[in-house]
Design a protein around this ligand. Structure first.
Ligand SMILES: Nc1ncnc2c1ncn2[C@@H]1O[C@H](COP(=O)(O)OP(=O)(O)O)[C@@H](O)[C@H]1O
Ligand SMILES: [Mg+2]
Length: 246
């Protein structure tokens, strides 16, 4: 059996120091297999985003180990962690985080540049993916500020997927969206998971959205207090995603 794509072992995270020291994660264990779609729920401030930041290697745990694709992130130098992240991890966040001075298309191709794909290949691949998420050529030269929230999130999803990451981390990806656009984004995440075997970890406040996962982890005060659903092994269909066909 393939090793877990994500493994947190006894992970604690404190912020601040001295009297203002505060525990965000109290020592948690999470194992996510290849091809799993896991939802994380819990009240504001319980540590959900902290979990994603640690998996991405943006931040280091105070105690415990964070392993991604079998490698302890603490064993890598910063430059290697960045490369590892660019190649293997895609993000979707609630606020979209598109670069406002770049066009829609540039926001997506930029991500490919970070893994060494550029020029015509990068443009073609970005455009194909943009079309697939419902962003047509009339919007490619616009700037993010000229798009609706739903359109911006579709662009953000295209950007997260264009480098064909092994893992997608989504932090309240539908938090700012109407229900129709939410469904588009969730269906895209599901298609990526089912057809490519991409592992998805999605933080959400919405039970409907959480239902897209095979499993839901419920967090309170830096701990996992409930797990709904069973861990599963990768179920991968051989059909490529239409938008990732080259
Ligand atoms: N960079 C930071 N510095 C200090 N405290 C932080 C930082 N990031 C998060 N926290 C604190 O850690 C706790 C967990 O935060 P977070 O992971 O963002 O929660 P959630 O995503 O579940 O709302 C909160 O109490 C938050 O205030
Ligand atoms: Mg959060």
């Amino acid at each position: 059996m393939a090793p877990p794509v994500i493994e947190l072992v006894g992970v604690a995270k404190d912020y601040g120091s001295g009297a203002s020291r505060r525990s965000a994660l109290a020592g948690i264990d999470i194992t996510i297999a290849e091809g799993e779609f896991v939802s994380i729920m819990g009240p504001s401030g319980c540590g959900k985003t902290t979990v994603l930041n640690l998996v991405a290697g943006f931040d280091a745990p105070t105690r415990g180990e964070v392993k991604v694709l079998g490698r302890n992130l603490a064993d890598m130098r910063e430059a290697e962690r960045s490369r590892h992240r660019a190649r293997h991890v895609g993000f979707v966040v609630q606020s979209f985080d598109l670069l406002p001075r770049l066009t829609v298309e540039e926001n997506v191709t930029l991500r490919l540049g970070s893994i060494g794909v550029s020029g015509r290949v990068a443009i073609d691949r970005s455009r194909r993916l943009l079309r697939e998420v419902g962003i047509d050529e009339t919007l490619w030269r616009r700037h993010p500020g000229e798009l609706s929230g739903g359109q911006q999130q579709r662009v953000a999803v295209a950007r997260a997927l264009v480098a064909e990451p092994t893992i997608v981390l989504a932090d309240e990806p539908t938090g700012n969206l109407d229900s129709t656009t939410s469904a588009v984004v969730l269906d895209l995440l599901r298609a990526l998971n089912v057809q490519r075997g991409t592992s998805v970890v999605m933080v959400t406040h919405d039970h409907f959205a959480a239902g897209y996962g095979h499993r839901t982890l419920e967090m309170v005060d830096g701990r996992i207090v409930l797990e709904i659903g069973l861990p599963r092994h990768a179920v991968r269909s051989s059909a490529p995603l239409p938008f990732l066909r080259t």
